[in-house]
Design a protein around this ligand. Structure first.
Ligand SMILES: CC(C)(COP(=O)(O)OP(=O)(O)OC[C@H]1O[C@@H](n2cnc3c(N)ncnc32)[C@H](O)[C@@H]1OP(=O)(O)O)[C@@H](O)C(=O)NCCC(=O)NCCS
Length: 294
């Protein structure tokens, strides 16, 4: 007899989930922080399956779905996901689930999505870089000497400057805020997620009072998550993407960051082009992801 129940973070912490992969702690914490949901499936009172949902804007994203080996192929995951969809529907929200094509259980997650009527929505490529690797570091230095310097000099020639967000002149920041939605896409709004941890790896490139391009990223221990990059509309294809990236890469190398993760939506051709052009020297592997939506 299986029973599914939404549990509070407090009761999650009191129960023993040591048979589940350790990442459950992180994802249950995320569910709690964002106002998402933790669903537990029990058989004879013992937890056999867990699903964690993170609340993201008006949708709920499945960030963890795991069923203990002895309980698999009995519909536990399907029942958990169906309950997540039902709860979200009661709030008028969809559920999304990201499936990494290279994950060993990708086919199962896809089958689950199909069974519950999820549709594929967007695809993205996930790039990993290991800036500590001496070979990558040497490749980046060689790239800088070969092409990078020429691109970077574009900044100096035009009198532009790069600084951390916190150190950028107030006039640049206030002008940029007004241009979100016009020169910078509204979905790439660096001011929408104020996060002090981001500052070490977040750079703004400007000329006079005009912001030209930016990079924002956050640090999680020895890993850095590359969050956004954008170039103002009337500066596209000029190489203006490069200066904040240049500082970003130099900083992660200098700070001995172990891993940098970049997620680039496949529809965003400009960022793909930039990733291939400027980041390829430090990239170590790439994976593919599809987001399904209920
Ligand atoms: C993927 C997983 C959640 C599926 O859980 P489950 O309770 O066994 O899934 P269900 O019984 O609800 O299966 C639903 C559908 O998914 C598909 N599916 C599930 N397991 C499958 C498998 N091993 N092979 C092929 N299809 C599978 C089937 O279409 C199945 O429907 P069916 O049984 O009617 O054919 C579970 O196998 C799991 O937790 N795997 C480990 C995942 C992992 O290692 N994650 C990384 C660490 S977080």
């Amino acid at each position: 007899m299986q029973r599914i129940q939404a549990v509070s973070f407090f009761s999650f912490l009191l129960e023993d989930f040591s048979r589940f992969p350790a990442s459950i702690q992180h994802f249950a914490g995320k569910a709690f922080e964002t106002g998402g949901e933790i669903l537990v499936c029990r058989q004879e009172e013992q937890p056999v399956g867990v699903l964690c949902l993170e609340q993201r804007g008006g949708e709920r994203d499945v960030v963890y779905l795991y069923v203990l080996e002895e309980a698999r192929r009995r519909g536990v995951a399907q029942a958990l996901l169906a309950k997540a969809v039902e709860d979200a529907r009661n709030e008028g929200e969809p559920v999304t689930m990201r499936v990494i094509a290279e994950h060993p259980y990708a086919a199962c997650y896809r089958a689950l999505c199909a069974k519950l009527g999820f549709a594929p929505a967007v695809t993205a490529t996930i790039f990993h870089a290991r800036p500590c690797d001496p070979e990558k570091k040497a490749a980046w230095e060689a790239f800088k000497a070969r092409r990078g310097r020429r691109n970077y000099e574009w900044v100096l020639r035009k009198g532009g400057a790069v600084s951390r967000f916190s150190q950028a002149p107030a006039a640049v920041l206030s002008g940029m805020k007004e241009e979100v939605g016009r020169q910078f896409p509204h979905y790439l709004d660096p001011f929408a997620v104020p996060n002090p941890r981001q500052d070490e790896y977040s750079f703004l490139f400007y000329e006079g009072d005009r912001a030209l391009s930016f990079v924002t990223a956050s640090q999680h221990g020895n890993r850095v998550l590359f969050e956004q990059t954008a170039c103002r509309k009337d500066c596209r294809n000029t190489g203006a993407f490069f200066p904040p990236l240049y500082h970003f890469i130099d900083t992660v190398i200098q700070n001995q960051i172990h891993l940098v993760t970049f997620t680039v939506y496949d529809a965003n051709l400009a960022v793909h082009k930039m990733t291939d052009g400027y980041l390829k020297e430090i990239l170590s592997d790439r994976k593919h992801q599809c987001t399904y939506i209920s």
